[in-house]
Ligand binder design. Structure first.
Ligand code: NAD
Length: 390
């Protein structure tokens, strides 16, 4: 059962008087000859006793917002569910009843821009179909809000650049919903790989796919999804390889492997690719909406380490040649939203940044280009050089 009222307590402030003496004696300079009266300033300083929680508005109340993000926002320490943006009138009351959202914090796609006047909302989280990410992120930034946008960041590098520019222009932070940068199993894969705990990596395989039942949904439509499983789930395999290797790939070759070409007429049903890393490792990838598959496996000079399942919300398992590792899971979404809120509150850098999202979109465009050119090996020089090191 979710807590009904999520608004945080009002900030309690305690006031005290701070005195600053500008007298020379106060500087300890030992000057005594001057007889002019000491000049004093009196400041009233407010001290926040309760750390401020940032208000988050979710845009697009589909599966992910309903079943993962809203519940996670009941667990977050630095932010809370303050508002919603929905095109479905019936959802307004359901969400209000469940989460105690005030009338004034409910928006639709038409009056979305007026969220600019709402001080309860600090962060907007875009959870719409992929092709809508750019527009709603840009409009949110222009409304003066910090932005989180779901993965894939958008459906082209050009859109990603526009989103980054809009956030920069508004002086607002931007993060992509790459929750695996904020949870301990994938962080351990990063550590084992990047720190070469079992020696340099000699081979890597990554795959993510699920069997999609309903092909009428937006994920199968090019105009809304931008692409097939590569954008939806293959992006996790791509990311996993980069943060485990701790390197950026230098070339790619790809081929479409769709089994049912009739069913998958607008976007690919399945795709496989290979990326070469500077160390010489050639990583192998599979992504599909035609089968269930999920792993991130690395071989190293002195052993192996692998995560399977690797990208879902819970039940992850990390195994090395030494056995199953004992790792305490966290709520991925809460961890990500809390970390981003801290970035906003403290003015610190975002790990899962817009630049990282644009980097991945660059690779995705190259993967599609290689597949379209019959597997031609394409150089990846020119990709945004964004790499998270642990
Ligand atoms: P969904 O289909 O369940 O929800 C989409 C929402 O968008 C719905 O509320 C729908 O009403 C709304 N919408 C507005 N205009 C629409 C249109 N023209 N067509 C279709 N829907 C429209 O999808 P979801 O699973 O919640 O995914 C939303 C986004 O979140 C996607 O970008 C997806 O990649 C991402 N996602 C991320 C994760 C993660 O783990 N980070 C998991 C699931 C989904």
């Amino acid at each position: 059962m979710n807590k009904k009222h999520t608004a945080p307590p009002k900030i309690k402030r305690r006031y005290f008087v701070k005195q600053t003496s500008l007298g020379l004696g106060a500087l300890g300079l030992g000057i005594t000859a001057c007889s002019a009266p000491e000049k004093k300033t009196v400041d009233v300083v407010a001290v926040d006793e309760t750390p401020r929680k940032l208000g988050v508005a979710l845009v697009g109340l589909g599966n992910y917002a309903t079943n993962q993000l809203a519940p996670a926002l009941q667990e977050t320490e630095h932010c809370y569910l303050a508002g919603i943006v929905t095109g479905t009138k019936e959802k307004e009351k359901i969400w209000q009843d469940k989460y105690g959202i005030p009338d004034g914090n409910i928006y639709n796609y038409d009056n979305y821009d007026s969220i600019a006047e709402n001080d309860d909302i600090d962060i907007i989280y875009v959870v719409l179909p992929n092709s809508m990410h750019a527009e709603y992120t840009i409009r949110g930034a222009q409304a003066g809000k910090h932005m989180i946008c779901e993965k894939p960041m958008a459906i082209s590098v050009a859109e990603c650049q526009q989103m980054i520019d809009a956030c920069k222009q508004a002086n607002k932070k931007l993060s992509i919903g790459y929750r695996l940068h904020y949870e301990p199993f994938n962080l351990e894969m990063m550590r084992l790989g990047q720190k070469q705990v079992f020696g340099p990596i000699t081979g890597l395989e990554a795959a993510f796919g699920f069997k999609m039942g309903n092909l009428e949904q937006w994920r199968a439509k090019k105009a809304l999804a931008g692409g097939g499983p590569l954008l939806g789930v293959g992006i996790y395999a791509l990311q996993g390889s980069i943060y485990t290797m701790g390197q950026l790939p230098v070339s790619v070759t790809a081929k479409e492997t769709t089994k049912d070409k009739n069913a998958w007429s607008e976007v690919e049903g399945s795709l496989e690719w290979e990326m070469e890393f500077p160390s010489g490792v050639k990583a192998q990838y599979i992504t599909t909406y035609e089968d269930s598959i999920q792993y991130l496996k690395a071989k190293a000079e002195n052993g192996f380490f692998e995560l399977s399942p690797s990208y879902i919300y819970d039940g992850l398992e990390l195994t090395t040649h030494e056995g199953i590792q004992d790792i305490q899971p966290v709520n991925h979404q809460a961890s990500h939203m809390d970390a981003f809120s801290k970035n906003v509150l403290d003015g610190t850098a975002v790990i899962a940044s817009g630049e990282m999202g644009m980097r991945d979109m660059y690779y995705i465009e190259k993967i599609y280009e290689s597949a379209a050119k019959g597997g031609e090996v394409l150089s990846l020089v020119g990709a945004p050089e964004v790499l998270h090191k642990v």
